[in-house]
Write a protein that binds this ligand. Structure first.
Ligand code: HEC
Length: 151
């Protein structure tokens, strides 16, 4: 009897938290300051970054169905908000050359150190796994692009 009551309470809680707004960051598809619409970036780099970074680091987040189910929605909302705050490819051209160089430096470092994409991400998105070669490709591009900023 006791176990049944606990289960019922849990179920009630899960239903109740569905009414707490997750406040998922807004999706914006028209981004005049986007990295890729303003710069010539090799297609393979664009594909890698779009599939492994864009959900958290752009305004073009694609929210899967479970983004709308609490408590997962709270976590996705937080990661997307924080991700965009730290680095937003949709707002790339709003940075000056020094800020871009710093961002490229951070990108190379996070990708090399396997800090990004966040560990949970490729588990939920099977096409977002980066091989060692992919990581090196992104890193080399970021380093080269950073150097070219001051040519
Ligand atoms: C699931 C969401 C998610 C994905 C996918 C993701 N990131 Fe992040 N990223 C975050 C969050 C959240 C932060 C801020 C907190 C932190 O640093 O862990 C962040 C921080 C960063 C930072 C800033 C670190 C700093 O010191 O300011 C860089 C650079 C970065 N990510 C690059 C990337 C790159 C490149 C990719 C794709 C290869 C990527 N991220 C994929 C969520 C994500």
């Amino acid at each position: 009897m006791k176990r049944k009551r606990i289960l019922l309470i849990l179920l009630a809680l899960i239903i109740i938290i569905q009414f707490v707004p997750a406040d998922l960051p807004e999706v914006i598809l028209d981004n005049p300051n986007d990295l890729f619409s303003n710069n010539e970036v090799p297609e393979n780099i664009e594909n890698l970054i779009r599939t492994t970074c864009y959900d958290c680091h752009s305004n073009e987040t694609v929210y899967p169905w479970y983004s709308y189910v609490a408590p997962v929605s709270f976590l996705i909302s937080k990661d997307t908000r924080e991700g965009r705050h730290h680095l937003n490819f949709s707002e790339w051209e709003k940075m000056d050359a020094i800020e871009k160089a710093e961002a490229l430096d951070d990108i190379a470092e996070e990708v090399e150190d396997r800090e990004m994409p966040m560990k949970i991400y490729p588990i939920m998105h099977s096409d977002a796994k980066l091989s060692d070669a992919d990581r090196r490709t992104i890193e080399e591009w970021a380093e080269k692009t950073g150097e070219e900023l001051f040519d």
